[in-house]
Design a protein around this ligand. Structure first.
Ligand SMILES: NC(=O)c1ccc[n+]([C@@H]2O[C@H](COP(=O)([O-])OP(=O)(O)OC[C@H]3O[C@@H](n4cnc5c(N)ncnc54)[C@H](O)[C@@H]3O)[C@@H](O)[C@H]2O)c1
Length: 397
């Protein structure tokens, strides 16, 4: 059994608690910390937690606590991580790791210097659909991944601090593209170095200092391109979609909205439908098992198994740092309107990925450009001469 201190009793702290304790699990939350003692007590009553406090340090230092789960606003992540280092407690933290690369790098260095277990809670690379797509890609069914797009868009977050640029560290790009970037990185290959970013972001709708809509491209050393779309201005619910293009295949994923379950109700009662759903009357699109579809169950299983076996989880603070560094470059690109280099002070992947060609040889002399069976029964081949570069057509009747 792992005994957990939960820091934060808000939106994500409760999702995490539902996942950790919801299925006859042996792991238990033994301490809950919130800046509001009333909230902490409410959470404790709901999840049967013996210790409540408003002090992060008291929760982390508590002798019954093995692991600390950080579910606090972004501006408190670093302080909480430093206390975990002080008390040598294993730590798992929600996204984004830091408000910027510098914060994330300090956290990475400190947990490693303290020698404590560290996990990065990027749930969307643990969804059943992501895991299936990833294993399909690993089997070679898609060939070389050349483009991986991920989109997260919704009508905006649920607490005041998200809308404060200083406390949050940014707008929708930091909040949501941190998911998209790690999803694309997962498809393209986490040991392939991301090299530069081109990004557009603007404040189109909301009365805030930070961006409420952003679209960016992340170029990888092997020539692959990652694309993210993040928005706090999207109307209609929580839109999570991925598109992956490989030299040999394609995957489309709709992760949350319109996944095959439609319910109609004329009821006007205040019932929860799904995260960020904008209505609970009329046609509704619930996702089924939300905890599972959002990846929380598989994520905690990986974190806790890794802790038990003394190994690394699939996502740790190093990944959190890489994502923050990519987002730093994206913000620079928004200002400069140019491709900006991604400065990685720590890189532990491949030293140099070769731009492996995915050209298909037809025979000794030609590359195959395209093969098509026409509606009039002819099989057409478009071929490129390897020496002269000439493009020819060959028709097989
Ligand atoms: N899918 C995801 O991975 C996901 C989804 C939502 C939020 N998050 C992340 O989770 C973190 C928290 O977001 P949220 O949506 O739960 O926010 P929230 O506002 O709903 O909850 C924040 C909690 O922190 C507590 N808190 C605030 N200041 C504190 C302090 N000084 N000491 C102790 N407790 C304090 C609040 O009382 C509240 O319980 C953020 O980093 C956010 O980016 C992740």
């Amino acid at each position: 059994m792992i005994r957990i201190a939960m820091l934060g009793s808000g939106f994500i702290g409760r999702f995490y608690a539902d996942s950790i304790q919801g299925y006859r699990n042996k792991d238990k939350i033994v301490s809950i910390c919130s800046n509001s003692i009333e909230n902490a007590q409410k959470f404790a009553a709901q999840y049967n937690v013996p210790h409540t406090t408003t002090s992060m340090e008291e929760s982390i230092a508590h002798p019954d606590v093995d692991m600390v789960c950080i579910a606090l606003p972004n501006y408190l992540h670093e302080a909480a991580v430093m206390l975990c280092c002080k008390y040598k407690k294993a730590v798992i933290t929600t996204k984004p790791l830091g408000r910027n690369g510098a914060e994330a790098l300090r956290m990475l260095h400190e947990v490693e210097a303290a020698g404590i277990f560290n996990g990065y809670l990027e749930d969307l690379v643990y969804t059943p659909k992501f895991l299936k797509a990833k294993s399909t890609i690993s089997s070679g069914a898609l060939g070389k991944i050349i483009w991986a797009k991920s989109r997260e868009a919704h009508p905006g977050p649920h607490s005041n601090w998200f809308w404060d640029k200083e406390k949050a560290g940014g707008g929708c790009m930091l909040d949501l593209a941190c998911h998209c970037i790690e999803i694309s990185r997962g498809y393209i290959g986490k040991n392939i170095r991301p090299v530069e970013v081109m990004c557009w972001a603007d404040t189109q709708v909301k009365p805030i200092d930070a961006e409420d809509h952003a679209i960016g491209l992340v170029k990888y050393e092997n020539g692959a391109i990652g694309q993210f779309e993040a928005s706090w201005t999207f109307r209609g619910g929580l839109d999570l979609r991925d598109e992956i293009m490989g030299s040999e295949g394609t995957i489309f994923i709709n992760g949350f909205l319109r996944t095959g379950m439609d319910i109609f109700t004329s009821s006007k009662e205040d019932k929860y439908v799904a995260e960020k759903a904008e209505t609970n009357s009329g046609w509704l699109f619930p996702v089924g098992d939300e905890l599972n579809e959002l990846g929380y169950n598989h994520m905690f299983m990986d974190m806790f198994n890794a802790y038990d076996t003394g190994t690394n989880p699939a996502e740790n603070f190093y990944d959190g740092y890489i994502i923050n560094a990519i987002i730093d470059a994206a913000y620079q690109s928004v200002d400069s309107k140019k491709w900006e280099p991604i400065i990685l002070k720590e890189w532990r992947g491949q030293s140099e990925a070769n731009q492996k060609s995915s050209h298909i040889s037809y025979d000794q002399d030609f590359f195959l450009v395209k093969e098509e069976l026409t509606h009039y029964g002819a099989k057409k081949l478009i071929l490129k001469n390897k020496k002269t570069g000439e493009i020819i057509e060959k028709i097989l009747e």
